[in-house]
Design a protein around this ligand. Structure first.
Ligand code: BMA
Length: 391
């Protein structure tokens, strides 16, 4: 017979073990893709967590080329100017489905891109993809604004061609695997049909109705997720600058819905330069970021500056005195998860078209202060972004 003391001890132990299982909270986010891989779910949860205290810095095409070099293993203008690779790597799939073309619209070879994505991921970085998709109706490029979205949707005459484009995308992202034993798929923040509130792309303001844009987005998600079974994507929505809106309501005009978007972003190049007539660009961008981050919080999503930068880095203290001040404008704006600056084009392809300092440039010392600010994370300061802890 068991004595009472022992009996209570056993019951106690049993209860503790019950509580341990019961107390483990369920994954608290509803992602676009309920079947997202563990690493993808972890990326979202970790970005959400880190956004409470830090912002991640990112750069487009960082490993492919810089102002004075291209295709040199290990190089990065950001690393050479700051001491670390960026925490976020942006890449673009423009020209992906163009038959027989091995490189993207800015000359980045797609196979090399996969390799660089893999390298960045294995060092702990975060990957985001945009897609300056070509025009299927005219064989023009992404900037051909001839109306075409309705022709891509089911019942449209270009529907099969559109599916074939998405097939190419699906095979690209399904080929992104880490070199580890598990060969896990690399999570990607996919940012389709960006800057749609501007007029300049075929999916832009003048070329699509609300219904067409929303259908295009939803069809893309459903085709990739449900038909192609692609489960390593988070989806980011990124209209152009909020300074161009009459009111913040415009942000939602062509919004595909919370069930189709994981990350709320916007692209903004000119608010900090005062182009929209704000007296203080820092305050104006700070207000926009505060609004965006509070919307993301209310919807249990993440907020990000999906593209920004100052072309040619003509203001040597732009990173600390403009960008960082805007992100730190309020308790809300501080919750932006990441900021991505645009590419550093080679000076022989597009002179003066660069958005991050390179070694020796007059803005490099301010960029180092930006990197050393405890609030800003570069790659070498990242925690493990791909392990799900606590859920
Ligand atoms: C633009 C410029 C272009 C480039 C395009 C797509 O902002 O950088 O030179 O082709 O993005 O990356």
């Amino acid at each position: 017979m068991m004595n009472n003391g022992l009996l209570f001890a056993c019951i106690g132990l049993f209860c503790i073990s019950c509580q341990a299982t019961e107390q483990k909270p369920a994954y608290p986010y509803t992602l676009v893709d309920a079947q997202a891989t563990q690493e993808t779910k972890a990326l979202f949860a970790n970005l959400k967590k880190i956004s409470a205290t830090h912002v991640l810095y990112g750069h487009e095409d960082d490993l492919a080329y810089g102002v004075k070099w291209e295709n040199e293993q290990g190089r990065s203008d950001v690393k050479e100017a700051s001491g670390s690779y960026p925490a976020v790597y942006g890449w673009d799939l423009g020209d992906l489905a163009q038959i027989d073309k091995a490189d993207n619209l800015d000359g980045v070879d797609f196979d090399n891109m996969k390799q660089w994505i893999k390298e960045g991921y294995q060092r702990g970085g975060v990957i985001t993809l945009s897609w300056h998709m070509n025009h299927l109706g005219t064989e023009g490029d992404t900037w051909d604004t001839t109306r075409v979205a309705h022709r891509l949707l089911p019942d449209g005459d270009l529907h099969n061609e559109f599916n074939a484009m998405l097939d190419r995308f699906a095979s690209f992202v399904s080929d992104l695997k880490a070199d580890s034993d598990q060969q896990e798929l690399i999570p990607v923040i996919f940012r389709p049909y960006h800057e749609h509130t501007g007029w300049w792309f075929w999916w832009g303001s003048e070329s699509t109705t609300v219904e067409e844009y929303v259908s295009l987005w939803r069809y893309t998600v459903e085709y990739l997720r449900d038909v192609k079974q692609v489960h390593n994507l988070l989806y980011a929505y990124s209209p152009n600058s909020l300074s161009e809106f009459d009111s913040y309501d415009d942000y939602w005009e062509k919004y595909p819905g919370d069930a189709y978007v994981d990350i709320l972003g916007f692209d903004d190049y000119f608010t900090l330069q005062g182009r929209y007539g704000h007296e203080d660009g820092v305050a104006a961008l700070g207000e926009h970021l505060s609004w965006l981050a509070s919307q993301a919080r209310d919807r249990n999503k993440i907020a990000a500056i999906t593209e920004t930068g100052l072309e040619g880095m003509t203001d040597p203290t732009w990173f600390t005195q403009k960008l960082l001040k805007a992100i730190q404008y309020s308790e809300d704006s501080k919750q932006i998860a990441y900021v991505l600056t645009w590419r550093n084009a080679q000076e022989w392809t597009k002179e003066g078209h660069f958005y991050a300092p390179y070694q020796g440039h007059s803005s490099a010392s301010d960029f180092r202060s930006f990197r050393e600010d405890g609030f800003v994370l570069f790659e070498d300061e990242l925690p493990d972004m791909y392990t799900l802890t606590g859920f």
